[in-house]
Design a protein around this ligand. Structure first.
Ligand SMILES: [Zn+2]
Length: 287
């Protein structure tokens, strides 16, 4: 899928989608663009990755990413805009310390934003089939990401708890965790060596250890937000904004409570959310 040809088109489409949720969200992305606070296009020698960082003087945000004109780029910009919107709500907080939120709260803002925009992806794709495919992919990716995140977290814990391990033990440990958490859908026979080294592609293990589990926690929150939005869009959006504007003034539990969701990663909660995703995928397929 090719959602946009130029960066201008990417920004315009993101603004149309975000505007369906709140005019301020649309205005924000246009403002960042006008004020040259977006560096979206990939180019030679540009650092990899994507992030959003607050700009304390203008009280706006700067977004950096490496767009190569794919659907993922569209999703990344909507995700980073979730962080930008969070910064916008936090800008009213006087104590700067309270504006710095833990990852479970920051990623709740951004991961929720990806899901809340789904109903408005007709602004991105004129073709109904493309919209269906994009939605299905996002939901399926969530299901496959959850065990992935747990795998990475367990692997890191083992590495730090066993500093004397050898390179070979490290590879074997990763394979063992993979096999333990594997749903058995993919046949890896003959590719064990490649599988052992899979973790080498994960930037977080090297740069921000123990960050990965935060995505899992935030994703479970974002799914609850999306479920709430499906039931009552107006109330869910109000709760979302209320939670975001708390910043770090209150505990994570309180922030999640303000969002109308639970800070809960119990088997029961995971089961409930996965069942919800399954229903959503079925609904999309029959639409
Ligand atoms: Zn993020």
């Amino acid at each position: 899928m090719k959602p946009f040809d130029s960066i201008e088109e990417l920004v315009e489409k993101a603004s149309s989608v975000l505007g369906e949720l709140d005019p301020r969200f649309a205005e924000l992305v246009l403002q960042l663009n006008e004020r040259r606070m977006l560096d979206l296009e990939s180019r030679k020698n540009k650092s990899p990755g994507g992030f959003c960082t607050p700009l304390p003087v203008s009280e706006l945000s700067f977004i950096f990413m490496n767009a190569s004109h794919t659907h993922d780029d569209m999703l990344t910009l909507l995700h980073e805009m979730g962080h930008c919107i969070h910064n916008d709500y936090k800008s009213g907080i006087e104590l700067s310390y309270y504006r710095e939120t833990p990852m479970e709260s920051s990623e709740l803002a951004s991961m929720t934003m990806e899901l809340l925009t789904m109903d408005y992806w007709h602004h991105i794709y004129p073709d109904q089939e493309d919209i269906k495919r994009a939605k299905r992919d996002l939901l399926k990716d969530i299901i496959s990401f959850l065990p992935e995140g747990i795998k990475v977290d367990q692997f890191q814990h083992w590495m730090y708890e066993n500093p004397g391990h050898t390179q070979e033990e490290r590879m074997e440990k990763y394979l063992e965790i993979c096999e333990r958490l594997d749903p058995g859908v993919v046949n890896w026979d003959g590719y064990e060596e490649a599988r052992k080294a899979e973790w080498l592609f994960i930037l977080h293990i090297f740069e921000v250890p123990f960050y990965y589990i935060e995505y899992v926690i935030a994703q479970l929150g974002a799914l609850q937000m999306y479920k709430q939005y499906k039931q009552d869009p107006e109330a869910a959006l109000k709760n979302y904004k209320r939670a975001l504007s708390l910043g770090n003034k209150q505990s994570l539990q309180e922030v999640y409570k303000a969002a109308g969701i639970k800070f809960d990663f119990s088997p029961a909660m995971i089961k409930e959310l996965i069942a919800f995703i399954q229903d959503e995928i079925e609904e999309i397929e029959h639409a």
